[in-house]
Ligand binder design. Structure first.
Ligand SMILES: C[S@@+](CC[C@H](N)C(=O)[O-])C[C@H]1O[C@@H](n2cnc3c(N)ncnc32)[C@H](O)[C@@H]1O
Length: 230
């Protein structure tokens, strides 16, 4: 009952603010790029951005890594990424799947992508494709299930226009690019936490504004692994 009331309240708050949000749009995904750049690993040979979309993150990572591989199953997204990264000789964009990518990455990023794939399989592939000491930095979306989820949604709905206003004080409709393939998340943050704890022990999962959460994990080096499993 309470959950229904909270869901209804979130919907009402969000629809009431839709008009304002449309005049001050901001990318809820790109907003997490600064967080990613404060978390980069020490080794910076190879980075993989899974579900690279328009390639904004790939282009930024190219300034920090010897080679950046962007993968996306959607051909219009790959086209947009290739156009954006034209001239960056250390970038490859293609339709390789995460399963087929060659392992040994120092960084794997996923921004608004993990809920497009099977959660456990995706996490296992990340674990297997990272080099020791490599980092997984993920910005995710979850389905709201518990009361805490709904309350957090209301906080996000209320802060959304404030952040939009701070980023674009004057009405701004210039965010339009090829629409991103989107999908509604099915799994709650509690389910995601359980899976992450199981597959990536020691990972940190945190709720964030903008209806997002983040996952950060460093693949242990061999001696740390021994300690971990003794
Ligand atoms: C919401 S968009 C996010 C794009 C980009 N990461 C960003 O931050 O703007 C989700 C992207 O994931 C891609 N995608 C969907 N399923 C995928 C999969 N199994 N493996 C990799 N990418 C996938 C979609 O084609 C789409 O470009």
């Amino acid at each position: 009952m309470l959950s229904h009331v909270l869901t209804g309240t979130t919907r009402f708050v969000r629809s009431s603010l839709d008009h304002f949000n449309a005049r001050h749009p901001w990318s809820h995904n790109d907003a997490f790029h600064p967080w990613i750049f404060t978390q980069l690993p020490n080794n910076r040979a190879r980075a993989l951005d899974v579900g690279c979309g328009h390639g904004v993150l790939v282009a930024k990572l190219a300034e920090h890594f010897e080679h950046v591989h962007g993968i996306d199953p959607d051909s219009s997204m790959r086209r947009a990424s290739i156009d954006r990264c034209a001239g960056l000789s250390n970038v490859t964009i293609d339709d390789t799947t995460l399963a087929d990518a060659s392992p040994g990455f120092d960084l794997i990023t996923m921004v608004a992508v993990l809920h497009h794939m099977d959660l456990i399989t995706g996490l296992q592939q990340v674990r297997d494709h990272l080099a020791e000491g490599g980092r997984f930095l993920c910005v995710g979306l979850a389905h709201s299930d518990s009361m805490a989820d709904h309350v957090w949604d209301i906080v996000c709905a209320l802060t959304n226009p404030l952040i939009g206003f701070m980023r674009h004080p004057w009405p701004n409709y210039a965010l339009s690019t090829a629409p991103l393939p989107t999908r509604n998340p099915d799994l709650s943050i509690a389910t995601i936490r359980t899976a992450v704890d199981h597959v990536l022990p020691g990972a940190r999962v945190r709720r964030r504004l903008a209806f997002r959460h983040t996952i950060e994990w460093t693949k242990p080096a061999p001696q740390q692994k021994k300690t971990l499993f003794r």
